[in-house]
Design a protein around this ligand. Structure first.
Ligand code: EPZ
Length: 419
């Protein structure tokens, strides 16, 4: 299994290019199941989850061509299987995004029920109750979710909780339903907007994406399209935090600052200087000692839960105590126990972490537990004295494209090795 070895204490300085957003690429790839025509997606990140989603589409019968790196031409003309198998779903829960398109286009779908994961139980009850409201019959058979429907009927669907992939799954299913569907209390994430833009290019009639009520007028069929995936806002925030935690200065390009205003505002509060030279780049400079600032994770446009672990690593170096409230997932402090082993002082109680600052992090052997926790450990390793070795970096490869190469290009001493 690959590991990272990091020698801490280097200031990061230089220019980093952001890749496409994994959490937009995944639903957009699933959306190609809605039409027999070819959909071309550009600016896909070269990360493990995209490779897994490609395998899923091919297992279902889609043809996937890669005319160039980060571009896929996908045709679901020959899809004849409607099942996402357990061995794929267990490695990537976003496989559930195949449910809505398969159900809408073929009237049936079988997807292994995703189990929980490191950050929480992560049920999909809101996805399934949404499909039932559209007229599908949903049963659980041998650990698989089986959904069947002759023709989905548009309905008003209220989400008890804001769910990103739940909103995306229902938006895709409703695109081919008969009549109008309203999604109320929908997720407003930029990735939802990006998916809606692709679907509308394919002929869907979606309005309101990015607001808490989305309306979809069902159409009979959808066609091909070409679409460029938005930049990854969490990768962007991770590199902003990397500049901050190493006392460095980074120019971050090919990003979308307006997608991470909550992160930018919060990091400015901690004393980081963040300029926005244009709509696609950020200039980040750590000036003085990092100041502590409390944070609560919230659905978009609030502070993203996917930046919580990275922020916690930064707060260990702040000149005082800060509290971090995680309101989205029930178990998303796994990184804290690893940071403690580096000398951090963090107290967890329920959904709240109290982080004492003014600590000196020292390198240690660490174990990555999930995608964003891994990023947090890399950041801490960059700032720690001495050497840090992080095991199970396959977690980080799921959502960051060649992170060690990008970090090395701006002065980090980090290498990937296997033993
Ligand atoms: C998406 O996950 C992202 N993944 C996650 O990013 C992200 O952390 C999360 O949204 C929140 O922003 C993708 O987009 C592929 P949710 P998702 O449904 O859709 C509960 C990363 O690091 N819930 O918005 O699975 C759920 O348990 C990943 O890139 C239900 O109770 O998250 C959670 O507490 C990690 N029932 C809350 O809602 C449901 O049917 C939000 O979950 C669905 C969700």
């Amino acid at each position: 299994m690959d590991k990272f070895r990091i020698k801490g204490g280097r200031r990061l300085e230089g220019r980093v290019q952001i890749s496409g957003a994994k959490n937009s690429a995944l639903p957009c790839m699933a959306a190609t199941l809605l039409t027999p025509e070819t959909v071309t997606l550009h600016n896909l990140p070269y990360v493990r989850d995209i490779i897994t989603m490609r395998r899923l589409l091919e297992d279902l019968g889609s043809t996937v061509l890669m005319p160039e790196l980060r571009t896929l031409k996908i045709s679901a003309a020959k899809v004849e299987f409607f099942e996402a198998p357990y061995d794929l779903v267990k490695t990537m829960r976003a496989s559930v995004l195949a449910l809505g398109p398969l159900l809408a286009r073929f009237g049936e779908a079988r997807v292994s029920m995703p189990g929980g994961c490191a950050i929480g139980q992560r049920p999909i009850d809101l996805h399934l109750s949404g499909f039932e409201k559209l007229g599908a019959e949903v049963t659980l058979e041998g650990g698989d979710v089986v959904a069947r429907a002759r023709r989905l009927q548009g309905r008003e669907i209220y989400f008890d909780k804001v769910t990103v992939t739940g909103t995306e799954n229902l938006m895709m299913a409703a695109s081919l339903a008969e009549g109008r569907t309203s999604l109320i209390n929908a997720a407003c994430e930029p990735e939802v907007i990006d998916l809606a833009e692709l679907l509308n290019k394919m002929g869907a009639r979606i309005e309101g994406a990015g607001r808490s009520t989305i309306t979809i007028e069902g159409v009979k069929e959808l066609g091909g399209a070409e679409h460029t995936i938005i930049p990854d806002r969490i990768e962007t925030g991770t590199f902003v935090a990397a500049a901050a935690i190493t006392g460095g200065a980074l120019d971050i390009v090919n990003c979308c600052p307006q997608h991470i205003t909550a992160v930018i505002d919060k990091l400015r509060e901690t004393g980081i200087e963040i300029e926005q030279p244009n709509a696609f780049s950020l200039s980040v400079r750590a000036k003085d000692k990092i100041r502590p600032s409390n944070v609560t994770t919230l659905p978009y446009p609030g502070f993203p839960t996917d930046m919580q672990a990275q922020y916690m690593a930064l707060m260990t170096l702040a000149g005082g105590t800060s509290t971090i409230n995680e309101t989205i997932f029930e178990n998303r402090f796994m990184h804290a126990s690893e940071l403690l082993r580096m000398g951090a002082r963090i107290r967890i109680s329920g959904h709240q972490a109290v982080v004492e600052g003014n600590t000196r992090l020292t390198g240690a052997r660490l174990l990555a537990s999930d995608l964003r926790a891994s990023a947090s450990l890399v950041l801490a390793g960059l700032a720690a004295e001495g050497e840090t070795v992080i095991d199970r970096v396959y977690h980080i490869d799921r959502g960051y494209e060649k992170i060690e190469e990008k970090l090395r290009s701006v002065g980090a001493e980090i290498e990937r090795f296997r033993n």
